[in-house]
Design a protein around this ligand. Structure first.
Ligand SMILES: CC1=C(CCC(=O)O)c2cc3nc(cc4[nH]c(cc5[nH]c(cc1n2)c(C)c5CCC(=O)O)c(CCC(=O)O)c4C)C(CCC(=O)O)=C3C
Ligand SMILES: [Fe+2]
Length: 343
């Protein structure tokens, strides 16, 4: 199998600090020009400080890259897999220099986000455009589009939910329990701009479809109809600007007649800070205060089918670039069907 015309794979990610001194500079990068109040920066810096000033993201991405290399290798594809980030070293501009120096002209990019919001998809395309410009077009990137609705992504999440549900049942017996899916909140305006059409690729609509399918597959596996809702985490911004709601903690505080909760972070492919802090720390404390049994479902990251999906997507992108597959396979509404297509 071949990844031609690509000679390298770029994992495109958010970036995160590895030490305390870097937390605030990282935070300033992540929020530059976005009107995020200073209190919020201080608050989120504190989340990183709780973990020694270290984001979990860099090690998780390194492990994911190892699994990608192994799966590519299994399919007879031998290309370097490198990383570039939006908000911390190695920045895209740094990685693209190395790619240019290595003579890589066409590179397949894979973002560490599965959905169709500006932050998760289009902004990565813009980041890659700037990186291309920084080396005067010596390197050209094509980007894999959002993959959240792929059956493999649904099944990997459903396995994680089923495992968490069994763990909750072991604590609870047959008490009434609730499944709360969780994704990153975004401003309503960003949500509205994130897609349209039917079925809508708007971020919340897409996430809701994923949640529904994950619940359906997990319910079938468990032989129990799961009672679920979609909630959000990590709201920031000014309090005057509306973001997607309800917050997972607010929702847990309102629940009545429920004795246990599973949270399932379907919006994140691995245990980002939002998962380690917002769910494992904060939501778990909310559950305890409410007297709810609590289990957090795993992320898809360590599910073998997830890595297979990512490599399938890379292979598909290459087939489109070679003209062997219709670009309809890659259409991505938030980008008007264009920015994820090989050019
Ligand atoms: C949709 C979405 C994803 C999922 C898609 C994806 O994975 O890309 C995501 C991922 C991430 N967000 C992350 C961290 C942060 N996000 C922030 C701020 C914001 N995120 C937003 C949205 C998203 N963010 C938005 C609309 C803002 C407001 C500012 C803006 O309009 O851009 C801030 C500033 C403080 C704050 O405002 O909370 C931080 C520190 C990390 C790293 C975590 C780690 O270290 O493990 C990751 C993976
Ligand atoms: Fe896109």
């Amino acid at each position: 199998m071949s990844l031609a015309p690509y000679t390298a794979v770029l994992v495109a990610s958010y970036g995160g600090p590895d030490r305390t001194e870097d937390v605030l500079p990282f935070m300033r990068n992540a929020t530059a020009g976005r009107n995020i109040p200073d209190e919020r920066l201080v608050e989120v810096s504190r989340h990183y400080d709780l973990f020694g000033g270290k984001s979990p993201l860099n090690e998780l991405n390194a492990a994911l890259m190892e699994r990608l290399r192994a799966e590519l290798g299994r399919r007879g594809i031998d290309v370097p897999v490198v990383i570039g980030n939006r908000n911390w070293h190695p920045y895209f501009a740094e990685t693209v220099e190395q790619l240019a120096a290595g003579g890589h002209e066409r590179v397949a990019a894979l973002a560490t986000s599965a959905y169709s919001s500006y932050s998760s998809c289009r902004q990565y395309r813009e980041d890659l455009d700037s990186a291309e410009a920084a080396v005067d077009g010596a390197v050209h990137f094509d980007k894999v589009g959002p993959f959240a609705e792929s059956p493999q992504f649904i099944r990997a999440n459903a396995r994680a939910v089923a495992a968490a549900w069994r763990e909750l049942r072991a604590k609870l017996g047959d008490g009434t329990a609730k499944l709360l899916f969780v994704t990153h909140s975004i401003p309503l305006a960003m949500n509205a701009a994130s897609g349209s059409g039917a079925p809508s690729t708007r971020y919340d609509a897409q996430t809701l479809r994923v949640a529904e399918k994950v619940a359906e597959v997990a319910s079938a596996e468990l032989g129990e109809e799961l009672d679920w809702e979609l909630t959000y985490c990590s709201r920031s911004g000014s309090p005057h600007i509306p973001w997607l709601e309800p917050d997972v903690n607010d929702r847990m505080e309102e629940l009545e007649g429920v004795v246990g909760v599973v949270t399932a972070p379907i919006g994140f492919i691995s245990d980002h800070m939002e998962v380690r802090y917002d769910l494992d720390t904060q939501a778990s404390e909310t559950a305890e205060a409410q007297g709810l049994a609590y289990v957090r479902a795993g992320t898809v990251d360590d599910d073998p089918e997830f890595v297979e999906l990512l490599v399938d997507k890379l292979v598909e992108l290459a087939a489109v670039a070679r003209g062997e597959l219709s670009s309809a396979a890659l259409a991505c509404a938030p980008c008007a069907g264009e920015h994820c297509l090989p050019r």
